[in-house]
Structures are given as C-alpha cells and as structure tokens.
Design a protein around this ligand. Structure first.
Ligand code: RIB
Ligand code: CA
Length: 308
C-alpha cells in the first residue's frame, strides 16, 4: 500500500539525501508536499535548496514555506556544518519551480484532516512546524497515521551541546509538544544515526554509476559535506535524515526500543536533552537503536537507479 508523507525539511546535505531517497522509492512512498523550515540555515535558504533539488530531480510535489524560527527560544543555525547557503556544493541552474503560495502549516493541517489516518508526517529539521500543526487544531493529532522524526540523543551525547542534538536543541519546546502528542512516533536519534556513516566505499561506488543529475548533485554535495564533517567532528558524515525514509520503506533495516521520551526545557546546560524512560512495549513512541548498514546502502543504490 502506498505511503503518503509530508516531508518537513531544513535542506541541508542529509535532508537532500532523504528527499532523493523518497523520490527514488516512489513505488511505495508518495510525497504529498514539502515544508521548508529554518534550521540548518534560514528558511529563505532551506526553501531555495528544497526547490532547487526537487526541480532538478523532477519531483512534482509542492514545496511550501514553513516556520522562520523556533517557538520560544532564540534561533540557532548550522551554517558551520552545511555552509553559507545550507547546501554548499551543488550548483543549480536558474530554476522555474516556485514555492506553493500559502502557509505550509495551514496546508498540512487541511491535508491531514482531509485524509484521516492516511498521512505520515516526517520531520528532519527542527520540529517547529509539526508542533504548530498539533497546537492549531485538536483534530490534527488523531488524524495523523504516524510521526517519523530525525532528532534527539537519548543514551548518547548531543552534537550541539553534550546534552542536545541539533533538531531538538533548535526548538526544545516544539519537541516537547511532539513527544506529548500521543501520536504514534518513530524517531531516529543520534544513538542510531551515528552508526550510519557515509564511507569511501559508497562514494567510490557512486562515482562508478552511470552519469545522472543526482549522481552529480550527490558527489558535489558530499564534496563539501565530507571535509566539513571531518573538520567539525573528525568523522565522515552520518546519514541522519535518510533513516526516516529507509524506515518507511523497509522497517527491518532498524532495531527499535519502545520508550516514553521527555524533553528538558528548563535546564541551563541540559536544555534540549531528550530523556528516555524505561523500555515499555505500550509506549506510543519507539526509537531506532541499531541499523543494518548494508541493507540501508542497498536501498540507497536501488533508489538512485530511479532518479534522473
Ligand atoms: O543533528 C542532525 C540534524 O541536524 C539533521 O537533520 C541535519 O540535517 C541537521 O538538521
Ligand atoms: Ca535536517
């Protein structure tokens, strides 16, 4: 059965891999729309990056503008990792695709309410837009099929502070609203995403692929992202955001732990920490804790074959 998703992104390098993966797996995944939020860079840039990438990949889904910043805290960005425009590396031709007019949050609420039980909301940037949707209409939560998230760090240090991972750190109050929503949630914290690093072997395999637009976009983006991550964290880039799409296509790629999650919103040094409760099979929230990296990369190359 086809899975209809809304993808909320702060396109960035790993968001772009998640978008391409979803585009290549369109035999089972249908993207009903994108919402570009502030995160890796300001919303103007994440919107631009999402429009450029989806046009280049001939992905028809509408792209809406989302939030310009977090609910309460000061806005934090990740230009130090993703570069000045948020997606440094690829160069795109002057595009024709325009953002879909109207606020992405209003569109997402209307879309989910008119398709009760059918839409999965995927968030791979700060979860501000999702939180606003949840707070805007009491029917939204119960109309969603599932929430799938990249973010958090439970039994693992953060990547912005020792406590907090970027997507949650960028809007901890939004994360608290999401985890308290009661909607079935599957999320991919650093505990699992940092087990899925890009390798030289994968890069070499991509280089051997037949020429395609996506091959050039991927290699140009990793040409920036790899040295950026090696410099910032001393390791190859993790495929954080693509985990969400790989899960939707083949849940067997990951192993899960069912745990209630709370978010630190009052702490000074621990602001944005995601705290895991005890394993509880009745929890509506499950976190991925392990990944079969060979199965993930096999899925990636399967998807790339379907891209222009
Ligand atoms: O911490 C990783 C997350 O922050 C990813 O979504 C990456 O794109 C950045 O937004
Ligand atoms: Ca992201």
């Amino acid at each position: 059965k086809m899975k209809h998703i809304i993808m909320d992104v702060d396109t960035g390098h790993d968001d772009a891999v998640a978008i391409a993966l979803a585009g290549g797996l369109n035999d089972e995944i249908i993207i009903d729309g994108f919402i570009a939020t502030a995160g890796n860079q300001i919303r103007e840039y994440t919107l631009e990056n999402t429009l450029n990438l989806t046009e280049a990949l001939e992905m028809e889904a509408p792209v809406f503008a989302g939030s310009i910043g977090p609910l309460l805290r000061d806005r934090v960005l990740a230009g130090n990792i993703h570069g000045a425009n948020g997606f440094e590396g690829p160069v795109f031709e002057k595009r024709k695709k325009k953002e879909c007019m109207g606020n992405g949050i209003r569109w997402a609420i209307d879309h989910v309410l008119s398709h009760p039980g059918e839409i999965t909301f995927v968030s791979v940037g700060p979860w501000t837009d999702l939180a606003v949707c949840l707070k805007s209409d009491e029917r939204f939560a119960s109309s969603l099929k599932e929430i799938v998230l990249m973010g958090g760090a439970v039994d693992h240090p953060g990547n912005v502070t020792p406590s907090a991972e970027f997507n949650v750190f960028a809007d901890p109050e939004a994360a608290e609203i999401v985890f308290d929503s009661g909607v079935p949630i599957t999320f991919f914290p650093l505990d699992v995403t940092l087990k899925l690093l890009l390798t030289q072997e994968v890069l070499d395999k991509v280089k051997k692929l037949p020429e395609s637009r996506y091959k050039n976009i991927f290699l140009a983006s990793m040409g920036f992202y790899v040295p950026s991550l090696l410099k910032a964290h001393g390791e190859m880039p993790a495929m954080h955001d693509p985990c969400t799409i790989a899960y939707l296509y083949d849940p067997s790629i990951f192993k899960y732990s069912y745990r209630p999650i709370s978010v630190e919103t009052k702490g000074d040094k621990t602001y944005g920490k995601t705290i895991g409760g005890k394993e509880d099979k009745n929890s509506t929230t499950k976190m991925a804790v392990d990944v079969d990296t060979d199965k993930f990369w096999a899925l990636f190359f399967k998807a790339v074959k379907n891209l222009v």
